[in-house]
Design a protein around this ligand. Structure first.
Ligand code: NAG
Ligand code: NAG
Ligand code: NAG
Ligand code: NAG
Ligand code: NAG
Ligand code: NAG
Ligand code: NAG
Ligand code: NAG
Ligand code: NAG
Ligand code: NAG
Length: 503
């Protein structure tokens, strides 16, 4: 049973789309989980391989999943340090799974020929085979085995791991996560698949798309739960068997996968999410596919993954994730939304900007900006300031703790002062990596120090000789501090927004 105690219509920052010019950084977190990105192929005018690689480099993306094994891409990715997952497309699966020599040939032409210059580390064999091309199900395990033998023969079995991405539709009863099981129709194949992963030290590949479950649920799932926005602890969903709380659908999907494996007596196989994202545009009847939701989902997903907090049932197992996807794929079939999952158009124009870096760890004590402040334009409409403030404390990842009730910079009746604090914190954190003081033209740069009393703005030289105090003091690189800060943000923003609503 689902236990819902949900707060409907709860407020959460609306997202600004155009504010941040800050280009994206995809980083591997210290303790191991990373965020990568999918690059699809169903594009009528695809960018050249070298353009794609330039974009990846510019955004500091370190992990890429190719849906195929395009040779121009593999060549362009050589000597970039980027880790590459290649794919055996479903339409090549039959041949690879029916012939050992075809499989060996595939490894030679698409993997061995490019290593070591191109750092291929994973092969995704087929995509959602059991749920989308069930007639190919019987060749899935042979394909995995033939490819593995070929890797072994080429002495590449430690460098490259093989697996096959599954849809969450493979899990017949996903809730509660603790009692989830795979669809028993596929028991035999799943058992062999898991045995293969266990034997080869590979990961379970999961395509986890809360968007589809949210839409299919037709209101059963609150949007906040899908978008990692469950503010109120009372509105989280609890698993009655374990008493674990789920604040987001993504974690529930991953835990349902762990439990389904456990039900087949496999434990210790890591889950890797090979695709997760949100469409930014859809047809008339696809209201949830919009830029605000896409920006929120991807921003929160990245923050969640890089936070290294695992899932409720597996707090120590980090779930690396490939965002779906870099480019819109105009040739994909299906509803309008299917063509609009990209964070960029194929002409390299950005659809919406997201910041992949864990901002809480960015150093805000930049000497170059000492004595420079980014503050709210007091003539800007308050509604616009509020929108920008929500963005700064939400997707912008400014440290907004000091403007919470009871904190030094809190002013219940002064949105200009509160927004100034948040804008300035954001600016000082991100300026070095391209962040701007703009906020949809609601912010301006000044040299007048807005600090007052114990409310110290980043960049303050201190009227009495202090060099910044709390707000611009040394930022802890300690992961634990970062985690606490992210945690605070999630809960505090809600309070703040509720207060500001009444201004
Ligand atoms: C930016 O400001 C303009 C005019 O003030 C407003 O119409 C627009 O909605 C704002 N953009 C965003 C993304 O908030
Ligand atoms: C390839 O990626 C792996 C995994 O991160 C790393 O250990 C290895 O050093 C990389 N190899 C090259 C040649 O960059
Ligand atoms: C299990 O898979 C079979 C075959 O694809 C499908 O017909 C059936 O509806 C699935 N069962 C559930 C509960 O999803
Ligand atoms: C999985 O592998 C581990 C160690 O590699 C082994 O101890 C365990 O028995 C294996 N599990 C199954 C179900 O084969
Ligand atoms: C898992 O192990 C238990 C206990 O050994 C056994 O009873 C059960 O049949 C096994 N389940 C599967 C799917 O192999
Ligand atoms: C970050 O991790 C901490 C504990 O490790 C957790 O309490 C917090 O909810 C996590 N934050 C996010 C955004 O996942
Ligand atoms: C890029 O493509 C998008 C969507 O087709 C279009 O709106 C935009 O104007 C294009 N930008 C450039 C610079 O061509
Ligand atoms: C401040 O906002 C007002 C009203 O939106 C605008 O007219 C003015 O140009 C802005 N000032 C600056 C310096 O951007
Ligand atoms: C956020 O700001 C507060 C003070 O306002 C400070 O105590 C805390 O350490 C800051 N967090 C980070 C991660 O900088
Ligand atoms: C200046 O000093 C006073 C008391 O000595 C202190 O309360 C205040 O926070 C300081 N202000 C700044 C901006 O450092």
């Amino acid at each position: 049973m689902r236990s819902w105690m949900l707060e409907h219509g709860s407020m959460w920052p609306m997202s600004l789309k155009t504010v941040v010019i800050l280009l994206t950084l995809m980083v591997r977190n210290v303790s191991g989980s990373f965020v990568g990105i999918n690059v699809g192929t169903d594009i009528s005018k695809p960018p050249s391989a070298s353009d794609i690689v330039s974009i990846l480099k510019e955004k500091k993306i370190q992990h890429v999943r190719l849906l195929d094994s395009d040779h121009q891409m593999l060549t362009a990715l050589a000597n970039t340090g980027i880790e590459v997952m290649v794919g055996v497309p479903n339409d090549q699966l039959l041949r690879v799974g029916q012939s050992r020599s075809t499989a060996a040939d595939w490894i030679n032409k698409n993997v061995a020929a490019y290593i070591p210059a191109t750092n291929i580390t994973y092969i995704a064999v087929g995509n959602e085979v059991l749920t989308t091309v069930p007639n190919a199900a019987l060749v899935l395990i042979p394909a995995l085995q033939f490819l593995q033998s070929a890797l072994l023969a080429a002495n590449l079995n430690t460098q490259v791991k093989i697996s096959s991405p599954h849809s969450t539709d493979m899990i017949s009863k996903p809730f509660p996560p603790s009692t989830a099981t795979f669809n028993s129709t596929w028991s035999s194949i799943m058992s062999q698949y898991l045995q293969f992963l266990n034997n080869t030290g590979s990961s379970f590949m999961l395509n986890a798309q809360p968007y589809y479950d949210y839409v299919k649920g037709q209101g059963v799932f609150p949007l906040e739960y899908a978008l990692f926005r469950s503010l109120n602890p009372d509105s989280q969903i609890s698993d009655p068997n374990t008493n674990l709380f789920y604040s987001n659908m993504f974690d529930a999907m991953v835990d349902a996968t762990y439990s389904s494996m456990q039900a087949m007596n496999f434990s210790g196989i890591p889950v890797m999410v090979t695709a997760s994202g949100w469409p930014w545009n859809g047809g008339q009847n696809e209201k949830a596919a919009n830029v605000d939701n896409a920006l929120a989902y991807n921003t929160n997903l990245i923050r969640h993954v890089l936070n290294n907090s695992g899932t409720p049932s597996q707090p120590n197992n980090q779930v690396s994730t490939y965002i779906f996807e870099l480019f819109n794929e105009d040739l994909r079939s299906g509803p309008v939304s299917e063509k609009n999952w990209g964070i960029m158009f194929p002409n390299a124009t950005t659809v919406y900007s997201i910041t992949f870096e864990d901002m809480a760890t960015a150093n805000i004590d930049s000497p170059a900006l000492r004595g420079t402040f980014c503050v709210a334009n007091s003539s800007a409409p308050h509604s616009a300031l509020k929108q920008s403030l929500d963005w700064a404390c939400g997707p912008g990842s400014a440290n907004c703790s000091a403007i919470q009730p009871g904190k030094p910079c809190y002013k219940s009746d002064d949105i200009v002062a509160v927004a100034s604090y948040a804008f300035n914190d954001y600016y000082h954190r991100t300026q070095a990596s391209g962040g701007t003081c703009n906020f949809n033209s609601t912010a301006i740069v000044t040299s007048t120090d807005p600090s007052h009393g114990s409310c110290i703005f980043a960049g303050s030289t201190g009227s009495n000789g202090s060099s910044g105090g709390a707000a611009s003091g040394p930022v802890s690189q300690d992961n634990f501090a970062t985690q606490i800060q992210s945690c605070l943000l999630i809960h505090l923003i809600g309070t703040l927004v509720l207060i500001l609503v009444f201004l």
